[in-house]
Design a binder for this molecule. Structure first.
Ligand code: NAD
Ligand code: GLY
Length: 377
């Protein structure tokens, strides 16, 4: 459980970031205490009073927050219904997805109705996917409650569930009508989950926001969220949301540039798969993946050792792992070949050239990968 310091100013302001898509643009709103303003925000974005809203959550989140969420919606004359689904990545299945659709049927959700995800990335991805399918697509609102979902999963419209053969293999792009981030909900988030979210924040620094990276470097402590003031936390959330919004607006369906958001994920996915899902949290595996891919970039002469070291130091400071696990190199290469990011048999890597700049390459050889991973021990 984390305790961020209250803001040193008397009140923190509401921050709004626009995801400027040509069709259906939307806002990411960052507002401490915003859970109580949810109904008013929905009215503001044009949702009609009386709209039926299926609120999907899990027990970890519903217990502390569903009451406030439902009251806020009721106060704005919406008709919310709460559905609680089990917690955990292993529940991100077609079975749970169909439970959400069952609730949509039982409660008579119509074309104008909404689904609202109140939870982390698992709840968000599944609810978004259910909304994309129900009646061939109804609106969805994302109310993320983990750091990872606030800075990444809730923004950008990727939704889906896992297939027994792989993570997120079933899904759709379905942009939300609104993303409402209430940083206060992080107060109940387990510490380890907070750290996992920081990996994605560091990612945004490396792929395009050197100021964000430096801001994190200057923080007294990252592994102890009690040392992070609310205004600093909101700034971190805002810069991360802006970074994601820019990339998504430029390439909504990952035709090209959006792939830079996968920085650290190619090796991270290998770590998750080969160490067994659950050994490392997604963000922790991404942290290890970022260190590995920086080593690859150094070996290619693309990145300075100094910048690679800065990244490693920051990842450590966030309390995240940096050590490549002891994995069989053949299994690593096989797993890389099975990744969603492979195109025409060529593995695509996002390589950093400095803090704040990356490029996508698909000419990394198996030998280079072996040599780089061997050098990490
Ligand atoms: P999660 O949703 O599993 O949440 C982590 C844990 O924290 C869960 O046990 C959850 O119940 C609990 N929790 C959530 N909020 C809490 C709170 N405020 N207080 C107490 N407990 C709380 O994990 P996550 O890291 O948020 O999301 C991971 C998922 O997101 C993965 O399935 C991943 O594939 C997906 N993802 C999607 C995208 C995307 O673009 N759609 C991007 C990144 C990750
Ligand atoms: N999390 C990667 C993306 O949204 O594209």
């Amino acid at each position: 459980m984390i305790k961020t310091q209250p803001s040193t100013t008397s009140s923190t302001s509401v921050r709004r970031i626009s995801v400027s898509l040509d069709r259906n643009p939307y806002d990411v709103v960052i507002n401490s205490g915003g859970l109580d303003q949810l109904g008013a925000e929905l009215l503001r974005v044009g949702i009609s009073p009386k709209t039926k809203i299926l609120v999907v959550s899990n027990p970890d989140v519903a217990t502390p927050y569903a009451g406030r969420c439902l009251s806020s919606l009721n106060n704005a004359a919406f008709e919310p219904i709460l559905l609680t689904i089990p917690s955990g990545e292993d529940q991100k299945t077609l079975h749970t997805f169909s439970k959400i659709l069952d609730a949509a049927k039982e409660n008579g959700l119509e074309r104008q109705s909404l689904m609202l995800a109140l939870g982390g990335g698992v709840v968000g991805d599944m609810t978004g996917f259910a909304a994309s399918c129900w009646l061939r697509g109804i609106g969805v609102v994302q109310v993320p409650t983990t750091l990872l979902a606030m800075v990444d999963a809730a923004i950008g419209g990727k939704t889906g569930v896992n297939h027994p053969g792989g993570k997120n293999l079933i899904g759709a792009f379905h942009q939300p009508k609104l993303v409402m981030i209430d940083p206060d909900t992080l107060q109940t988030l387990p510490l380890r989950e907070f750290g996992a979210g920081l990996a994605e924040v560091i990612k945004y620094g490396v792929i395009g926001d050197p100021d964000l990276f430096e801001l994190l470097e200057r923080c007294e402590s990252l592994s102890d969220p009690a040392m992070i003031s609310m205004s600093l936390l909101e700034t971190i959330l805002e810069r991360s949301a802006k970074a994601k919004a820019l990339v998504v607006a430029a390439d909504e369906k990952e035709g090209g540039q959006r792939a830079i958001l996968n920085y650290g994920h190619t090796f991270g996915h290998v770590v998750e798969t080969l160490t067994g899902y659950g050994t490392w949290l997604h963000g922790e595996a991404v942290a290890i993946g970022m260190v590995a891919v920086a080593a690859l970039a150094v070996e290619r002469g693309l990145l300075s050792q100094c910048d690679a070291d800065r990244q490693t130091r920051l990842i450590r400071k966030a309390g995240l792992p940096t050590q490549w696990p002891d994995l069989n190199p053949d299994s690593v290469l096989n797993t890389l070949q099975g990744d969603k990011k492979v195109r025409d048999g060529r593995i695509r890597f996002v390589l950093p050239s400095r803090i704040g700049a990356v490029s996508i390459v698909d000419d990394v050889s198996g030998d280079e990968i072996r040599s780089c991973l061997a050098s990490m021990h």
